[in-house]
Design a protein around this ligand. Structure first.
Ligand SMILES: [Ca+2]
Ligand SMILES: [Ca+2]
Length: 253
């Protein structure tokens, strides 16, 4: 199969104009974006991801082209402060960082088309893997994502700058939406392994009004709670996974 890469094609000139005429031809014009790193569907055949300390570094572009496409990259670093950014998203893609032995150590799994950032300060020297995946099958074969790996001698701060500079992202993430909610409350949960999630809804007074246990798979998934029967007002949602408790404040209206 020919490589689906831009080709330089020289064209014949009926009258020589002193130079070569050239045009850029996309071999697959149906695609508005190409993934030149395929096949990189497992960590064994991961693409080497270049790392830069230049904050203007463009990074690479890739594409989730079908429901089974998962993109793996590998990086090798000495002790450093690492920031991974998954940007230019048009749909819900998530970003995972693994140790060389396959252990998931950080997750960025926002909902919707929000950018994803993993910050891991003082990352020990070693080999790591990065995985880009479409959440809930929401891939777009015509849109490329951009992935960049940046390193710095100073610890990275979060965008909000609110957390201490030793901030390292957890492998557990929980996003509760929509907020305000009406009948159904969704939780996008990302976990490093198969486990259980204990979800509790509290009134602001501290009284528990709903408790549920869910079986959670490795990676990200969305669970839903029927909250139609609950009194309208403000609540706290606590989610316990692997001894990590995440809180969010929600309004039912
Ligand atoms: Ca791909
Ligand atoms: Ca996402």
């Amino acid at each position: 199969m020919p490589l689906l890469l831009p080709h330089l094609v020289y064209v014949h000139q009926s009258t020589y104009n002193g130079g070569d005429d050239a045009m850029l031809v996309k071999m697959n014009p149906a695609d508005s974006c190409m993934d030149q790193y395929e096949p990189n569907n497992t960590n064994l055949i991961a693409t080497e991801l270049s790392i830069s300390s230049d904050t203007m570094f463009y990074g690479i572009t890739g594409n989730i082209s079908n429901s089974t496409d998962v993109d793996w990259f590998r990086i090798k670093t000495s002790l450093t402060n690492l920031k991974l950014e998954l940007i230019d998203l048009v749909t819900d893609y998530d970003l995972y960082l693994y140790k060389g032995n396959g252990q998931l150590i950080a997750t960025a799994a926002n909902i919707g088309d929000a950018d994803e950032t993993i910050i891991f300060n003082s990352l020990p020297k070693g080999k790591y893997y990065v995985r880009v995946v479409a959440a809930d099958n929401s891939y777009d074969p015509n849109a490329c994502y951009r992935l960049r790996a940046l390193i710095a001698s100073q610890p990275w701060l979060t965008k909000e700058g609110l957390l201490e500079n030793a901030f390292n992202q957890s492998a557990v993430q929980v996003y509760t939406y929509p907020n305000p909610a009406k009948d159904i409350l969704s939780l996008k949960i990302t976990a490093p392994n198969e486990s259980t999630a204990n979800v509790s809804i509290f009134e602001v007074s501290g009284q528990t009004i709903l408790e549920k246990v869910f079986t959670i798979e490795e990676g990200s998934q969305t669970i839903t709670l029927d909250v139609a029967a609950l009194k309208r007002g403000m609540y706290l949602v606590a989610t316990d996974i692997n001894g990590v408790r995440s809180f969010s404040k929600i309004v039912l209206q």
